[in-house]
Design a protein around this ligand. Structure first.
Ligand code: MTE
Ligand code: MO
Length: 314
């Protein structure tokens, strides 16, 4: 059981751009390699401590899953298709230096270093529900900031109707990319109003510390009202588009994974029910819990889809 991490003394806190600077992270990596604990030992959160403020307004009151549960049962097909492979192999991915290319329908385009993107950006902790399309779920204390605050800096043009996000492509570091499971690199996308919604987060940490690689370091998306596959990991490109992007799972199996992928207990996956879910860490014989429309965020987001047939746009 991992309780909340011990509070971090203000004296230990450094601004995020310093945490994400190459030198600091190199030092942190060397220190953790030296102590032999790249992976959290004994359930203690790994990673560098982050400065953040909890956002209660956007947090659920459910008990978060443990650090171990969140970091040892993952979907990150770039490291294999079973749940345990990412925590085993994701250390092969180099997350520094890291840059993000911004392209398409925006006035400000180019390649930006991670530390520049995070500079001066206050971080928040938000405890969100997370629901995978496979019908398991988590509650996670993420650390990040609204995607809209990042996208606004690039001044999207009036033609920017969607945003497409792309994961790193590096088969040397991501052994799963040597198998043709998906059409690599992994791509996801949102309609621009979904991307700008205050619940949509860019995540850089969990449990108060920088993300472990298996959870999508150094930065990933979290869209809490959509199935987990929308929440793309280890992002290297943001592209503003006029047309709906071709997203990895939608291209692979369009009848199973829609572009919208809003959590919807009334629309089953062709091969299983979406009415209920299994919360990771709950007792083996515990009843499955009901899945909530929009994963419990209907009050905030249902209006985005007014007039849309949610069976057609699943
Ligand atoms: N690049 C990339 N992003 C990804 C995936 C993936 O395989 N590759 N899997 C998705 C799926 S299906 C889920 S459920 C979540 C899992 O996030 P977690 O492992 O941090 O719980 O990541 C999503 N983002
Ligand atoms: Mo998923």
């Amino acid at each position: 059981m991992t309780p909340r991490p011990t509070p971090i003394a203000p004296s230990e806190i450094t601004p995020p751009e310093v945490y994400f600077s190459r030198r600091t992270l190199l030092a942190a990596a060397l220190a953790s390699a030296a102590s032999g604990c790249v992976r959290a030992a004994g359930g203690e959160p790994a990673g560098a401590p982050l400065a953040y403020e909890r956002n209660a307004r956007y947090s659920v009151s459910e008990k978060p899953n443990t650090y171990d549960e969140i970091t040892t049962y993952n979907n990150f097909y770039e490291f294999g298709t079973d749940k345990e492979s990412p925590s085993e192999y994701a250390r092969m991915m180099r997350t520094r230096p890291w840059s993000v290319t911004v392209a398409g329908e925006a006035e400000v385009r180019g390649r930006f270093d991670l530390e520049d993107l995070l500079k001066g950006q206050p971080l928040e902790e938000r405890i969100y529900r997370f629901r995978c399309v496979e019908a398991w779920s988590l509650v996670v204390p993420w650390v990040g900031f609204p995607l809209g605050k990042l996208l606004g800096r690039f001044k999207p043009t009036s033609r920017a109707k969607y945003v497409e996000l792309t994961t790193l492509y590096a088969p040397q570091q991501m052994p799963g990319q040597r198998a043709a499971v998906l059409n690599w690199p992994y791509v996801e996308g949102l309609r621009i109003d979904e991307a700008m919604h205050p619940l949509t987060l860019v995540v850089v940490g969990l449990y108060g510390r920088t993300l472990p690689n298996q959870d999508g370091a150094p930065l990933r998306l979290i869209v809490p009202w959509k199935y987990g596959f929308k929440s793309i990991k280890s992002i290297v490109q943001i592209r503003f588009t006029e047309r709906e992007p071709n997203t990895a799972w939608n291209v692979a199996a369009p009848h199973e994974y829609g572009f919208y992928a809003n959590v919807n207990p009334a629309v089953d996956h062709p091969r299983w029910s979406q009415a209920t879910e299994r919360r990771l860490g709950s007792p083996f014989l515990a009843a499955r819990r009901p899945t909530l429309p929009f994963n419990g965020y209907a009050a905030e987001v249902a209006s985005l889809y007014q007039g849309m047939d949610l069976r057609r746009y699943f």
